[in-house]
Design a protein. Structure first.
Length: 367
């Protein structure tokens, strides 16, 4: 199958997976909702249209919610491209947010510089932490999926320990830090929405990662390892170093996403459980087929569904966990290599027959 046909098939395969997920969601909606029509309207229409007009505030909120998942989606894209099933983005996002808020509280700096320094340090910390599963993978040949998954919970409980025992503001009704300084704030583009300037940083990061992955030697090496690690090693590539680099980059992006999210949408650190952006980033990367350019679109799709499910829970009594069901089904069908494999095989056979027939016609004409 030629490259264009293969891309077309993968697009069709992804579209079918999404449609199946939404169809299953419709079934659950009809079971759970008292008014299925209203529930479907909340899911599909109300996120952007309200009372017959565009809901600009809701649209900007949806865009704002893509910010952290663009970062985690990019992180997963890089790691998955190197065939590294690292799931540590969830914990690293939380750690990045925690460190950024602490720097915003206890490290006074000038406006503009303060937020940048906090984000950069959080990103470096994220890369350093992600070095753990990377080294364990390369040196001990241990599964990066298992070590990174456990790392999430180590980070969670370490952060909660320091939050509860060292940095909590006891005057607040719930467990959270003191408010960080205004100089550390990532500004909001439109007041009253969740759209911050972090969204534009995420888009810039998308372009940088796309150029890195498809226009640099290191990016080529990462993709080559993902395609065939043994061939990459025989070709002289330093596979171990590249595996470590891919996971460090993933950690940097995840830490940056957590920092920007906390400094943009909140005034304190208040996450008492894993925020979920790392898990969503996996779905985003799968939807984007590990192509950084498509990550913002995939994140936008998930954010749209998130807003729709939120409105369904408010106005139609449908559980907000509907989004988790949709994501799980999408993940299931995208990850299943055998999904539509017979259709793919038929396309390959058809294309081969056409090629053979064309060659036979050429020979006949020459004779």
């Amino acid at each position: 199958m030629n490259k264009n046909n293969l891309k077309g098939f993968e697009f069709f395969r992804g579209l079918v997976a999404i449609l199946i997920a939404i169809a299953v969601a419709f079934i659950f909606i009809f079971i759970c909702a008292d008014d299925p029509a209203q529930a479907l309207s909340c899911l599909l229409i109300k996120p952007i249209i309200s009372n017959g007009a565009l809901n600009v505030k809701s649209i900007l909120t949806i865009l704002g919610r893509t910010t952290p998942t663009i970062f985690t989606g990019l992180a997963v894209c890089v790691m998955f491209s190197a065939d590294q099933f690292n799931l540590g983005g969830e914990g690293v996002t939380m750690l990045g947010g925690f460190i950024a808020v602490l720097l915003g509280i206890y490290l006074p700096m000038a406006a503009g510089v303060h937020a940048a320094v906090a984000i950069i340090i959080s990103a470096i910390a994220g890369g350093a932490v992600m070095l753990i599963p990377a080294l364990v993978k390369v040196k001990l040949k241990s599964s990066e999926m298992v070590t990174s998954l456990m790392l999430n919970y180590i980070i969670l409980y370490v952060v909660l320990h320091f939050l509860n025992n060292t940095f909590a503001d006891r005057t607040k009704g719930s467990t959270q830090t003191y408010e960080f300084l205004e100089t550390a704030k990532v500004g909001t583009v439109v007041q009253g929405t969740e759209l911050t300037y972090g969204f534009f940083i995420a888009l810039i990061a998308t372009v940088i990662i796309a150029i890195f992955m498809y226009r640099t030697r290191w990016g080529y090496a990462i993709r080559m390892i993902g395609i065939n690690g043994q061939f990459a090693q025989y070709s002289g590539l330093k596979v171990g170093a590249i595996i470590i680099a891919s996971q460090i980059i993933g950690g940097v992006l995840s830490g940056m996403g957590g920092a920007i999210e906390c400094l943009g949408r909140y005034t304190t650190f208040r996450w008492l459980e894993l925020p979920g952006y790392g898990w969503t980033g996996v779905t985003v990367a799968i939807l984007a087929k590990n192509n950084p350019i498509f990550v913002p679109l995939a994140a936008l799709f998930i954010a749209y569904l998130n807003r729709g499910c939120e409105l369904m829970a408010i106005y139609a009594g449908v559980p907000a966990e509907m989004l988790d069901i949709i994501q799980a089904i999408i993940f299931l069908f995208f990850a299943a290599e055998q999904f539509l494999s017979k259709t793919r095989q038929k396309l390959v056979v058809k294309e081969a027959k056409q090629e053979i027939s064309a060659k036979a016609d050429v020979k006949g004409e020459n004779a």
